[in-house]
Ligand binder design. Sequence first.
Ligand code: PLP
Length: 390
Amino acid sequence: MRMIEAFETYETTVCRIQTARSNHLGYPYNLTERSSVPALLGNWLINNLGDPFSGSHFGSEVCGLERDVVSWLMKLWDCDRTEDYWGSVGASGTEGNLWALYLAREALPDATLLYSDDAHYSIAKSARILRIKSRRVDSHPDGSIDLGALRVALHDLQGQTVIVALTCGTTIKGAHDDIAGAILALDQIGFASSRRFIHIDGALNAMVLPFADGAPRSIRPSFRLAIDSISTSGHKMIGTPMPCGVLVARRRYVDRVAQSISYLRSNDTTLMGSRNGHAVLALWSNLFGRGVDGFAADVAGCLHRAQRLARALDYEGVPVLLNPYSLTLVFPEPADDLVRKYQLASYDGRSHAIVMPSVTAELIDQFQADYLAWWSTGKGRAQSSLAIVA
Ligand SMILES: *Cc1c(COP(=O)(O)O)cnc(C)c1O
């Protein structure tokens, strides 16, 4: 047998990932190590084929645990009558966004999608895949949607139907769109609930804001506001060891698209047929293992450390943006070796760091020292004219 040339050995891979994990600051991933999938089940195929609420003929599934995961989030997001809602575990936050916009388009086939400049790229991509006509709306310098610009767009579309994608925790600036303000604009400009669909992309902060003391109701991911769906990522605040996500939507939209697939003895209500049961197990053990109190403690700690880092940078004259109730800091992009060491996501001369539960006070101290040493060389000051709001 001819040996295939290896790109990397197992040992160097483990070593590389260990280093990457310990210095990680740039992505909103909770890298806290938790044993989420029991070893025995980890070696078995677990496939949640078909609709989580009807199960399927395939026996090696954990649809019951999936419904528990979905119910946990329904409660967190204020679904008062859970029977009026549906939810499922998907491959990622992106799949949740795509599927929500599909449900919206099926209900409102001619609708125009409105989303802000700071929305995640998966929103525009979903619109392209689904061939939904769309229009971008300006956002404020802090990253939240400009409701004045939204009103202008709504006036232009008067008499038509709209899908509005709002963000709870934007990717770059960690901003929260004013959900209640957007709904008020829709109401006042004459978009009754039958002519609109509101999706909340809460990939990171739909699992942060419900635990943040004092966060205003207007930006909270809550079905008591007249929204239609919320999606979140499993590997961000929840901390699963594999990418995954959860979508919750009003059930009437899902019933509309459900088709019965007789050979599965299930309903076709999900984008993927076969779905990752291990992701469900990981979500289930993290949500029920940490519990509401555990996440509340995580979020309080993260907010505290994020604010401490922002104050320390601000004290040295670094222009830094940290939105209220947010874990995302934006500052001038430092030297390349620091960007690489801390895996800082950077664009347009700015970088961001996200203070997750795995970002310890020690890691922050080390980063702060490295960053301020670079800042004191004066190389960063050329960028301090950037329009970063403090
Ligand atoms: C990370 C992120 C996504 C995408 O989530 P994935 O789980 O990586 O697909 C979508 N929206 C926002 C706001 C995000 O920050």
